[in-house]
Design a protein. Structure first.
Length: 428
């Protein structure tokens, strides 16, 4: 039996990572509330420009994933995230001070650029602290920052816009990132070997276990060889399609709810938060059982398929059956987020460590491209058709395709070999 590794890693690393990613996620999700809460009217933003602005963040996010991931894997994830925190906090707060659309376009693009390396850098950092048996849960606590943020931010943003306006919402939700950067720098260590809060024995035990895990994975020569791998290509395509569904949902859910009869911003905020409560529960449960069973596959594809069915059903029921449609949207939101922990744990297990950073960056950058496509196409189709039917059908189709690719590319867990002694015991 393997010796238990220091539990203090969880209480030191995970809360800091969780808060950091929560702050990073704020300015992706609160933009949808600003649009629904009067920003378009104040700045004279046309529907087409609003669609572009909603998705422009992800275009900046797309371009700098791989360089950032490579820097985090070969140099330092800690410093990269520290600088990003300061920059994105400043840019997020500056969104509340803009006076024209052109400035807003630049800020949205630059926000994507400075945040682009955070997700892969965080995943790389966690892979240097937590073992294979722990990684799905560790990744889930990171990505929980996403739905948990949208959960409380949805309620808070509704109140802030109603009482203070969208400008103060951006300022008050952006400034904390700058302060948190210095807390991050103080509390985070790059690797266990650097941590003065672990004993020498605890440091060496974690480092040794992580080295053992890579012993069975054959390194590849370089990134070019890794990027030509069928597995990497399929993982990129899967994550792109999945992200079309996720960010089409996140960016436009407030507008869908706000379109219901007699709906104000406070009620929109409360109702928009509920899917993310179910997302938190689903993510925690899926990551726990995925680590416990060693099965990543079964905790990814069924949820993507459920999300596809619910999204398709919700919009085609229409506003006349709002509460049934809303219940399906809640189920879809929960299912969209549930597989994140197992999915990123599977990536770390099937790729060699020497190219994992770049491969995660590539996969995440294609996800960003899918996020851009999802945000843009959903907004475009909503404007062109005057309803949400076509856009949500697109998201459902993308998720069905992501389901099929998941079944193909993520391996089922290896069956344990039964020893002759166990067979004999069973026979008796």
């Amino acid at each position: 039996m393997k010796p238990q590794l220091a539990r203090r890693r969880w209480f030191r690393i995970i809360p800091v990572v969780f808060v950091t990613y929560s702050l990073a996620y704020l300015d992706r999700a609160n933009f949808g509330f600003a649009v629904a809460g009067g920003m378009s009217e104040d700045l004279g933003i046309t529907p087409n420009t609003s669609t572009l602005l909603s998705s422009l963040f992800f275009l900046g996010y797309f371009f700098f994933q791989i360089p950032g991931a490579h820097y985090a894997a070969t140099r330092t994830a800690k410093k990269l995230i520290f600088i990003s925190l300061i920059l994105w906090g400043g840019l997020a707060a500056a969104t509340g001070m803009v006076a024209d659309t052109n400035t807003l376009i630049v800020i949205r693009f630059m926000l994507g650029v400075v945040e682009s390396a955070v997700m892969p850098a965080m995943l790389i950092l966690l892979s240097q602290w937590f073992t294979k048996e722990e990684r799905s849960r560790a990744n889930t606590f990171l990505i929980l920052g996403n739905p948990v943020t949208v959960l409380w931010m949805s309620v808070l943003s509704g109140y802030l816009i109603e009482s203070m306006g969208w400008r103060w919402m951006f300022i008050l939700q952006g400034a904390p990132g700058i302060v948190w950067a210095f807390i991050w720098w103080k509390l985070i260590d790059e690797r266990p070997i650097n941590a003065d809060w672990l004993t020498t024995e605890e440091k060496l035990a974690v480092e040794a276990r992580l080295s053992e895990e890579q012993a069975g994975i054959k390194p590849v020569k370089n990134y070019a060889e890794a990027f030509k791998s069928k597995k990497v290509i399929l993982l990129c395509l899967q994550y792109l399609l999945w992200s079309v569904g996720v960010y089409g949902f996140v960016m436009w859910l407030p507008s869908i709810i706000k379109a219901a009869p007699d709906m104000n911003m406070v009620n929109t905020g409360w109702l928009s938060s509920v899917p993310y409560l179910f997302a938190v529960i689903g993510m925690l449960a899926a990551s726990y059982f995925s680590d416990k069973t060693g099965n990543r596959k079964i905790f990814v594809w069924p949820f993507l398929l459920i999300a596809a069915v619910c999204l398709y059903g919700a919009v085609w029921l229409g506003p006349d059956q709002f509460w049934i449609s809303y219940a399906l949207l809640v189920a879809a939101g929960g299912a969209l987020y549930t597989p994140y922990g197992p999915f990123f744990a599977a990536i770390a297990e099937i790729l060699p460590k020497n190219v994992a950073g770049g491969a995660i960056g590539l996969i995440n950058s294609l996800g960003a491209l899918g996020s851009f496509a999802g945000s843009y196409l959903v907004g475009y189709l909503n404007t062109a058709t005057g309803n949400f039917n076509a856009s949500y059908t697109l998201m459902a189709v993308a998720l069905v395709l992501a389901t099929i690719i998941t079944i193909i590319v993520i391996p089922a867990p290896a069956r344990r070999q039964v020893s002759p002694a166990e067979v004999k015991t069973f026979d008796h």
